[in-house]
Design a protein around this ligand. Structure first.
Ligand SMILES: Cc1cc2nc3c(=O)[nH]c(=O)nc-3n(C[C@H](O)[C@H](O)[C@H](O)COP(=O)(O)OP(=O)(O)OC[C@H]3O[C@@H](n4cnc5c(N)ncnc54)[C@H](O)[C@@H]3O)c2cc1C
Length: 397
């Protein structure tokens, strides 16, 4: 076994970093692991819709990093990475702290991408983290007393846009006229056909308007302008929620040396960064050479985290790391309050049972991370017996 003098530093403790840290700890309890995150809490992003709809409470989906890591015997530091010196193996943080590492895993996730479209950053709401969620909640709180049929636009017909549209409609009924704007010719164009069909039905049932083949040109304080085959149309708007894309969160990189090919950090199949073999990048910030079409999801991030733990254990023991392989475990989307659609593991189903299954599957994904969540959430284990076939820890969505 190689001697480890400096720590294994993991920056970003979301789905990828968290899974990596906890699995590595299990494989080799004697390794010095340091996890750094700029936030105090983990965010279980797939449950943000349920927090918005108050189906679960916000603290249930945001366990504290300090608790998670101290329970696992891992050191956690709250700090924001600002710079990396790859050649000297040194990290710099926002409070001028400098740290050296023996191995480094970058897992800093993604942030919304406004594609430099005029007015988007200034005049849109986003739905990527808890700050976004709270802003949206306070908009809705203020709107409670207002008149009906306010104009709400959601840009992006991917899972986030569709899940949000259904939840908002169920929550606020006719208070908002909801329009989903999608630039391609169908919603959920990268998702499973079954889920797409269920989502189309859910949107129809709720009378949510979908504008396909439509691209946002500009968002001002009062209007949204859209280009489609009929030309440019401007609509009055009360709120626009932007879910049209994400980009990697890489503010600490000073050059494009390791990102220039795809905008995300390019890694080999062993998840190593080219030229810096003691450095890894996993989750939303990275792209694996030859596997450029992998979806940007928690499912991929967790599988990469798990794989990297095994690979680092091999490297430390002087063995060759193994190439990452993605196992598609299917996908789940929530479709309004109390409803969802699941496609994968050889089954497809939707409705209330799918909603319960989705919750259970997510509960099983919260590895050992949330004692608070497990004890406090009555919903988690209620129907475990019915849904045993989905209840596998190695089966993240
Ligand atoms: C609303 C929503 C719903 C989603 N639903 C699903 C779903 O149903 N299924 C699915 O598979 N995927 C879903 N996703 C996508 C999924 O959440 C992401 O793919 C996943 O979170 C990526 O994991 P990650 O570890 O790469 O990044 P994240 O989980 O985003 O974690 C990144 C971490 O890095 C930290 N960080 C960032 N910058 C720094 C810095 N400079 N210094 C220190 N720390 C830093 C952040 O605080 C954060 O904790 C959803 C995403 C959203 C926004």
């Amino acid at each position: 076994m190689k001697s480890i003098q400096k720590p294994i530093v993991i920056v970003g403790a979301g789905f990828a970093g968290m899974t990596f840290a906890l699995n590595l700890r299990k494989l080799n309890p004697s390794l010095p692991i340091l996890v750094v995150d700029s936030e105090y809490n983990f965010i279980f992003k797939p449950l943000m819709y349920e927090v918005l709809s108050k189906e679960i409470r916000s603290w249930e989906a945001t366990p504290k990093f300090a608790n998670i890591f101290s329970n696992a015997g891992i050191t956690f530091l709250r700090n924001c990475l600002t710079k990396i010196n790859f050649k000297e193996n040194i990290l710099e943080f926002s409070d001028d702290l400098k740290l050296s590492y023996q191995y480094l895993a970058l897992c800093t996730g993604s942030i919304p991408n406004s594609f430099l479209i005029k007015g988007v950053d200034e005049n849109c709401y986003f739905f990527n983290d808890f700050q976004d969620l709270n802003k949206l909640k306070s908009f809705f709180n203020k709107s409670q007393k207002a008149t009906f049929h306010k104009k709400l636009f959601i840009v992006g017909g991917g899972p986030s846009g569709i899940e949000l549209a259904c939840k908002i409609k169920d929550l606020f009924k006719d208070q908002f006229d909801i329009n989903v704007i999608e630039k391609s010719n169908e919603i959920l164009n990268k998702n499973k056909i079954f889920n797409r069909e269920q989502a189309e039905n859910a949107l129809d049932k709720r009378k949510i308007n979908v504008l396909l083949n439509s691209t946002v040109k500009e968002v001002s304080e009062t209007k949204i302008s859209i280009t489609s085959d009929v030309g440019i149309t401007s609509f009055d708007k009360d709120i626009v929620i932007w879910t049209a894309g994400v980009k990697p969160n890489l503010s600490y990189l000073e050059t494009d040396e390791i990102t220039k090919k795809f905008g995300r950090i390019l890694v080999n199949k062993n998840l190593q960064i080219e030229n810096y073999k003691n450095c890894f990048a996993i989750g939303d910030i990275s792209v694996i050479e030859g596997m450029e079409d992998l979806p940007i999801t928690a499912q991929v991030a967790m599988q990469e985290g798990n794989h990297l733990a095994n690979n680092l254990q091999l490297l430390i023991h002087g063995k060759d790391p193994l190439p990452f392989e993605f196992k598609d475990n299917g996908e789940m989307i929530s479709l309004g309050i109390g409803e969802a659609s699941i496609s994968g593991l050889g089954v497809t189903f939707s409705g209330k049972l799918a909603f319960e299954a989705r919750r259970l599957i997510y509960a099983s994904k919260l590895p050992d991370i949330t004692e608070s969540l497990k004890s406090a959430s009555s919903w988690i284990f209620q129907k475990k017996s019915i849904l045993k076939q989905f209840f596998k820890k190695d089966n993240p969505n």
